[in-house]
Write a protein that binds this ligand. Structure first.
Ligand SMILES: C[S@@+](CC[C@H](N)C(=O)[O-])C[C@H]1O[C@@H](n2cnc3c(N)ncnc32)[C@H](O)[C@@H]1O
Length: 205
C-alpha cells in the first residue's frame, strides 16, 4: 500500500486504530523498561509510541505518513509526554544500527521484495540484547476479513507466516514466534476476530 493511502486514512476525523495501544505490546513490559530507547516503526498516529513514552521510554516514531505523525505528536501532547518523530520511507532510510533497546512493529506489512531486508534492518537497529516486538496479520486473515471485517492488508502477498519470520530473523534468538486468534478492538479499522502472528526476537551480542 502506498503512502497516499495512509495519508488519506490518517486525515479522517477518527483515529484509524484508536488511542489505546496494541494489546500484545502492552503485555511485553519486561522488555520495555523506563529509560530505554525504543524505535516505533510504522507508528502511524502514534498510539503505541505514545503509550511507550507514558511508560518512561525514550521514543522515536518513524512513518512515511506525515499526517499520522502530526496526530501522534498531538496525542503525545494530550497525554503530557513527548516523542520524537521522523517522517521517512523505511525502504530508502539509512537505518540506525545498534541504537535501540527495543524495536516495535505493530501491523506493519511489507511486500515480499522488501520484507526480509526491513526485518533485518529492525534487528540491526537493536543494540546487542535488544528485542524486536512484532504483531502482524497472517495469511489466514484473508478469510477473517471476509467473515469478521477485522482489517489488515487485502492481499496474500502482504500477509505473513511463521516460517517467513523465522527466516527473516534467523540471526536472532527467537523468544516467541506463535500464531494467535485475537479479538481486536483497536479503532474503526482493526475491530473483530483476527488471525495474527506474534514475534519476540532478541539480537545476539
Ligand atoms: C496498519 S498501519 C499501523 C500503524 C501503527 N503501527 C498502529 O499499530 O497503530 C501501518 C503503518 O505502516 C506505515 N508504513 C508502511 N510502509 C511504510 C514505509 N515504507 N515507510 C514508512 N512507513 C510505512 C504506514 O504509513 C502506516 O502508518
Amino acid at each position: 500500500m502506498m503512502r497516499e493511502f495512509w495519508e488519506q486514512r490518517y486525515g479522517e476525523d477518527a483515529l484509524a486504530y484508536g488511542e489505546q495501544p496494541n494489546v500484545f505490546l502492552t503485555g511485553q513490559t519486561r522488555y520495555l523498561q523506563p529509560g530505554m530507547r525504543v524505535l516505533a516503526v510504522g507508528d502511524g498516529q502514534g498510539r503505541n509510541g505514545v503509550w511507550l513514552a507514558q511508560h518512561g521510554l525514550d521514543v522515536l516514531s518513524v512513518d512515511y505518513a506525515q499526517t499520522g505523525l502530526d496526530r501522534a505528536r498531538a496525542l503525545a501532547e494530550m497525554r503530557g509526554v513527548s516523542i520524537a518523530t521522523f517522517c521517512v520511507d523505511l525502504f530508502t532510510w539509512d537505518w540506525p544500527r545498534e541504537q535501540f533497546d527495543a524495536v516495535v512493529a505493530i501491523f506493519v506489512h511489507f511486500s515480499p521484495e522488501q520484507r526480509a531486508r526491513m526485518h533485518q534492518s529492525m534487528l540491526a537497529a537493536c543494540k546487542p540484547g535488544g528485542v524486536v516486538i512484532m504483531e502482524a496479520f497472517r495469511l489466514e486473515q484473508l478469510e477473517y476479513q471476509q467473515r469478521y471485517h477485522s482489517g489488515g492488508p487485502p492481499a496474500a502477498a502482504l500477509l505473513y507466516a511463521q516460517d517467513m519470520l523465522a527466516q527473516d530473523f534467523r540471526e536472532a534468538e527467537m523468544l516467541m514466534l506463535e500464531d494467535a486468534e485475537t479479538e481486536l478492538s483497536e479503532g474503526p479499522y482493526h475491530s473483530g476476530k483476527a488471525a495474527v502472528v506474534r514475534l519476540l526476537a532478541r539480537r545476539m551480542g
